[in-house]
Design a protein around this ligand. Structure first.
Ligand SMILES: *Cc1c(COP(=O)(O)O)cnc(C)c1O
Length: 463
């Protein structure tokens, strides 16, 4: 250690002395002794490292209280930060997918604050099971006999397979052996559930006779998987759920379908691309249908299975159900979300996902034209600001080929440099409420489809 460094080390104030200094009083008051001491210890380590590596004290050593306050404020940011989603993807998995309806938010708040009849039957004295109340509503909305709710749709698929086909064979088309992302691959889930996957057909074409030929005495299920995140085009053939269910009926083998997003109403009535409708599959005779709670349904993360009573009972009794069950907050939000579907005329107003998906390109363009001058005033010295038509994505495995016409404010660096764009993205991500856009074609695109709170975006950006 050099003499010089030794003298620097001796300039580091002792924790006790700092804590007694008047400038620390307000910090101790707001954050408490434990947190302040931990923050100080961290800062002292930083200072020692700076002496060791740079032979100098960090500049902030002039004011330990101010630096401690900054550190504590930084650490107090919640793990899940609110952001503006201007990415153009409505159901963005990395941004938490569906926003909840106000009635769902109120229901969750109540379930958090007060005891609720989660597994308690007010009529009899018996212990109800936790999906019972929602099952009735799901049956009303889908025409199914019964329902089972778990943590997400991946869990729903795992439970369907494990509870009804473990140790036996499940027949799936080669065109439907999908990977959803995040390590959810149909062949792997089959293995986890203890099922033997029997692939039939080819990547592009599978016929009913392929399924028929694969059915033997070990066959437990015929399975359809919705190819949500890709599309095979050209010389193709797939078997409709109804035809497969008929074959299942004839041979005594249940048919199940993983719908992915799935929807409870026909979205084409709102001018959106048609996704499979759960009720249509149930009425076509599919035995079990599974779908996500937080994709097109617009509710909380959950996996929902509806279908035949005898099979749902197997799911409810399986030990995995206990491990995968949904919690009371999820069930409260899902219940409130499902209730909105009883009034489909109001759905596009009250369900945020549908409200955002059905915004017209004109409406979004007008909004962009309104905001662009303010953005120009703030960033115009470095960027050319324009309003451009663009295409939004539904997201979360609704067909990536189905795009929704939208409008964006774009920022193009005046000097044409990519480094300016990177810097701008960083700057926007560092805002108190970070703004998430999309970089493409040498510009930053702020797709306004998901912008409902215009005033608070302006406040965040222009402050
Ligand atoms: C999204 C999806 C899943 C997984 O659903 P999560 O609710 O995200 O677990 C499974 N299968 C298909 C076809 C999907 O699109």
């Amino acid at each position: 250690m050099t003499t010089e460094n030794r003298s620097l080390y001796s300039q580091l104030p002792a924790t006790d002395r700092l804590l007694r200094h008047p400038s620390f009083l307000p910090l101790l008051e707001s954050w408490g002794h434990t947190q302040v001491v931990t923050a100080l210890q961290g800062l002292q380590q930083q200072a020692r490292r700076a002496i060791r590596e740079n032979g100098a004290l960090p500049a902030w050593c002039d004011d330990w209280a101010a630096q401690t306050a900054l550190t504590l404020a930084d650490q107090s940011a919640p793990a899940l930060r609110a952001v503006f989603n201007l990415s153009g993807t409505v159901l963005h998995t990395n941004l938490g997918r569906a926003l909840q309806a106000e009635t769902a938010i109120a229901a969750v708040t109540q379930a958090m604050r007060q005891p609720v009849t989660l597994e308690y039957d007010l009529d009899g004295a018996g212990r109800g099971h936790r999906d019972q109340a929602l099952a009735a509503l799901l049956c009303e909305l889908t025409g199914a006999e019964d329902a089972c709710i778990v943590n997400n749709n991946a869990a729903a698929v795992l439970l369907m397979l494990a509870a009804t086909a473990s140790g036996r064979e499940v027949v799936v088309s080669r065109g439907e052996l999908v990977e959803i992302g995040g390590a959810f691959r149909i062949p792997d889930v089959m293995r986890q559930a203890g099922c033997q996957l029997v692939e039939v057909g080819t990547t592009n074409r599978t016929h009913l006779k392929d399924y028929r030929a694969a059915i033997g005495d070990q066959t437990a299920l015929l399975m359809k998987v919705h190819t949500s995140n890709y599309q095979i085009e050209g010389f193709t053939a797939a078997v409709e759920e109804a035809a497969l269910a008929e074959l299942g009926e004839e041979t005594g083998v249940p048919t199940i379908a993983d719908l992915g997003s799935g929807s409870l109403v026909d979205y084409s009535r709102f001018g959106l691309p048609k996704e499979p409708v759960v009720r249509e599959l149930i009425s076509a005779g599919v035995s079990l249908v599974s779908f996500s709670g937080d994709k097109l349904l617009g509710g909380p993360q959950a996996g929902i299975v509806v279908g035949k009573k005898a099979l749902i009972e197997k799911l409810q009794r399986h030990p995995l159900k206990r491990a995968l069950r949904a919690d009371k907050m999820t069930l409260a939000a899902l219940d409130a979300t499902l209730r909105l579907y009883r009034h489909p005329e109001n759905l596009a107003q009250r369900l945020p996902t549908l409200r955002l998906l059905t915004r017209s390109a004109d409406d979004i363009r007008l909004q962009a034209a309104r905001l662009a001058p303010h953005i120009e005033a703030r960033f115009g010295d470095r960027f050319r600001v324009t309003v451009e038509p663009c295409l939004s994505q539904i997201g979360s495995g609704s067909l990536p080929v189905d795009r929704l016409p939208s409008a964006a404010i774009t920022l193009t660096p005046l000097d044409g440099r990519g480094s300016q764009l990177e810097a701008l993205s960083r700057e926007l991500r560092a805002l108190p409420v970070p703004v998430i856009g999309r970089l493409s074609e040498g510009r930053l695109w702020l797709d306004l489809r998901c912008l409902e709170d215009e005033a608070s975006l302006m406040e965040t950006l222009l402050k």
